[in-house]
Design a protein around this ligand. Structure first.
Ligand code: FAD
Length: 693
């Protein structure tokens, strides 16, 4: 098979391809020319090397007994080829095309020109040939007729092969367009007039509920992964079905076939090529879905966490295509008895590299490894992805030397990746190096004030923070955190500064139901001027220390901080348009909901924190004191069902719920809101910000 493909490659133009097969690249046009060439190229000529060994029907001069130079100067080879083309190609094939084919393909090498043009070769034929090249002929000594059946088989072989390749490109493009276009079209659909009522009715069935019980943020048992929502699952099912259809449809066989001994081999050959092309076509989409600077995030109202779910599933489908491609090739070569020869080639080795790393990525992207060490997972993930892309590139490079455009899928994938990385760098440079004040507000929560940054005070934004001084060995490490405009905390900041200065306890008991111990904290003074920002300008992050980089965050007056952001998290339009906004937070999840208080006039905030995080409640007393309705619990849990029932009883026609906090809280709220939204009459809008994807 490789020999066949290599032969096909050698017969093509030597210049780099401009597009894909069927879209800017033709393989075997005019096919009659190739059919004739294939039928005569195996004949021995006077200048052929006689002891070279057997000649294959597909020897195109690359190592057979007859060199391109030999063909270029051989009268009878040229006249036989010209006569065949003249009698086989129909009138619809323009003369210029035949001349072009002749100048590029007649000798089997684009760089070796025949001594005559096509017209000159025809002019050399004084009498039409009457006989064929026979068994007794040691070499070609006259212009001969070529066996019409052989010419036809060779012509159709090339034609069908090219048709199959065109369909591969077509189906690859369909996958890419549908994969990319579906979120855009669905988002546009929801914005059409009169769609809001339908959308309200569909959301409790498609957008909110999880496919498996109440699991979504919480992992499935045995860390099997995270269950998708019904809507996400529908995308995945649709896309998987489309992949199966694109891999299974549109095969046409022609027998006898010059390259495949039987129909099974032929269809298997097309199928293995198809799955390879489909895998290539998915590469840019897989990378796009995972990107921070992802055009889909800008063009749709889907959240980054949804795209991360799709990234994982499309990547699994991609890996399935890769594995099927490799297995199909293996089965085919074993059947064609060419496996041993293929196994020793470089293209095969690189194909194995790409396949093995794609499989490794499947395994090492499991929730188990992501939880075990997120940073190791991330670095390993990127390195393995590089091996998959490089392996794929060399795989087709050794086979086709960039003749058929397969590499363009990979270039597109690299472009998507580099675009994301470039914008990240631009964002970090635009924000500039900053000095942050880090304040421990409770046992495991720190407040990070970064002055001088002016970002929109919109809710639902996060930024990726780098603290290179904390991790000099891994300066690239960065983590996402929700953004609070420091101005929102202003009144508390002033109070806390004076409180810290006088040593008094600034706890307010008015709004806080306390049932746990209180952690007292001593905050270092935050000096806005020294940090290069006007009072109140800047952003504040509240970070709960985890096992990695965040563990190292401690009181600091001037910590070098780089910021990549802001990025939108969940869409906020729907909830903000509600009559009533219910903000539910658990622990440090308060950072995900607090910015909403400045954007809606009818807000209730419900927040529970562990007793050990009471310092966080004190730190946020300022903004909380400005919210008329609140339920803040220290050391006890929220009763979400009761909260929702109360809103329902009040009679708001549209209630927006934003929940941010631990997985259990998020999943419970999702399930409860879904149930309420299905029964009506209240319309419920839900946004879940789970601090994970
Ligand atoms: C959109 C978003 C907003 C967030 N906002 C806040 C916030 O305001 N305050 C807060 O305390 N936490 C927030 N988090 C969670 C925070 O990003 C993680 O707790 C932090 O990255 C853990 O870092 P670590 O190295 O100390 O953790 P580790 O102990 O090494 O990892 C703990 C877990 O955190 C997650 N995680 C770690 N690194 C990343 C990363 N680079 N990207 C995504 N997930 C990661 C993984 O699920 C991992 O298993 C937010 C997360 C997201 C996705």
């Amino acid at each position: 098979m490789r020999g066949l493909l290599t032969a096909a490659g050698l017969a093509a133009l030597a210049v780099p391809a401009q597009a894909l097969i069927g879209y800017g690249i033709t393989m075997y046009d005019p096919s009659c020319g190739f059919g004739c060439y294939d039928s005569v190229s195996g004949f021995m000529l006077e200048c052929s090397v006689m002891d070279h060994g057997p000649v294959g029907a597909h020897s195109h001069g690359a190592g057979g007994p007859t060199s391109p130079e030999c063909r270029a100067g051989d009268d009878y080879f040229l006249t036989t080829l010209a006569y065949c083309m003249n009698t086989t190609c129909d009138a619809s094939t323009p003369r210029w095309k035949l001349e072009k084919f002749w100048s590029e393909q007649a000798t089997g090498s684009k760089t070796v020109a025949a001594k005559w043009s096509y017209t000159e070769a025809l002019a050399q034929i004084k009498e039409p040939p009457t006989d064929q090249y026979g068994e007794d002929d040691h070499h070609l000594t006259r212009t001969v007729l070529l066996d019409p059946e052989t010419v036809k088989a060779n012509t159709l072989t090339r034609e069908y092969f090219e048709q199959a390749e065109t369909i591969h490109s077509q189906y690859g493009l369909i996958l890419l367009i549908v994969g990319f276009g579906t979120p855009v079209v669905i988002s546009m659909f929801t914005r059409l007039p009169y769609m809001s009522t339908l959308s309200d009715k569909l959301k409790p069935y498609l957008v909110y509920p999880s496919l498996i019980g109440t699991y979504h943020v919480r992992p499935l048992p045995y860390l099997l992964g995270n269950a998708a929502t019904v809507g996400q699952s529908l995308y995945v099912i649709m896309f998987a079905a489309l992949n199966i259809a694109m891999a299974a449809a549109g095969y046409k066989s022609v027998q006898p076939n010059a390259w495949f001994a039987n129909e099974w081999q032929e269809v298997m050959g097309y199928f293995s090529a198809r799955t390879g092309v489909l895998a290539f076509a998915l590469t840019p989409l897989v990378i796009l879905l995972s990107g921070r600077n992802n055009i889909l995030l800008w063009a749709t109202n889907w959240s980054h966490s949804t795209f991360m779910v799709l990234h994982r599933w499309v990547a699994r489908i991609y890996a399935a295509q890769v594995i099927i491609h490799s297995v199909a090739e293996l089965v085919l070569y074993i059947d064609m008895e060419s496996y041993e020869a293929e196994f020793k080639t470089e293209y095969w080795a690189w194909g194995i590299v790409a396949t093995v790393f794609a499989c490794a990525m499947l395994v090492f992207s499991s929730l188990f490894f992501r939880r075990w060490s997120y940073e190791l997972f991330l670095v390993g993930h990127i390195i393995m992805a590089v091996f998959v892309i490089v392996g794929s590139w060399y795989h087709v490079e050794f086979l086709f030397q960039r003749r058929w455009g397969y590499e363009f899928w990979l270039y597109a994938a690299c472009a998507v990746w580099f675009f994301d990385r470039m914008i990240r760098v631009f964002r970090v440079l635009k924000n500039g190096p900053r000095r942050a004040v880090v304040t421990e507000v409770s046992e495991d929560i720190v407040r990070v004030d970064v002055k001088g940054i002016r970002w929109t005070a919109a809710p639902g934004l996060h930024t990726y923070a780098y603290f290179p001084a904390l991790s000099p060995w891994r300066p690239w490490e960065n983590h996402p955190f929700s953004i609070l405009p420091t101005a929102l905390l202003q009144s508390k900041r002033d109070a806390s500064l004076s409180g810290a200065a006088s040593g008094s306890d600034t706890r307010s008991t008015a709004d806080v139901e306390k049932s746990g111990g209180v952690t007292s904290t001593s905050a270092p003074q935050r000096d806005d001027q020294a940090l290069g920002g006007a009072p109140g300008t800047g952003i504040t992050l509240y970070v709960r220390k985890s096992k990695g980089l965040t563990k190292l965050l401690a009181n600091h007056n001037s910590l070098l901080t780089l910021l990549d952001g802001p990025y939108p998290d969940n869409p906020t339009d729907g909830v903000l348009k509600s009559d009533r906004l219910l903000l539910i937070a658990g622990g440090v999840g308060i950072t995900g909901v607090l910015p909403y208080i400045a954007r809606h006039t009818n807000v209730k905030i419900c927040w529970s924190v562990k007793a050990s995080a009471e310092g966080l409640v004190r730190d946020l007393e300022g903004p909380l004191s400005r919210v008329a309705e609140k339920d803040v619990r220290v050391g006890s849990r929220l009763d979400v069902a009761a909260l929702l029932a109360e809103e329902e009883r009040t009679g708001w026609s549209r209630v927006g719920v934003v929940v941010c906090g631990p997985g259990g809280l998020c999943d419970d709220t999702r399930a409860l809101v879904t149930a309420k939204a299905r029964t009506g009459p209240t319309v419920w809008e839900l946004e879940v910000d789970a601090f994970s994807w």
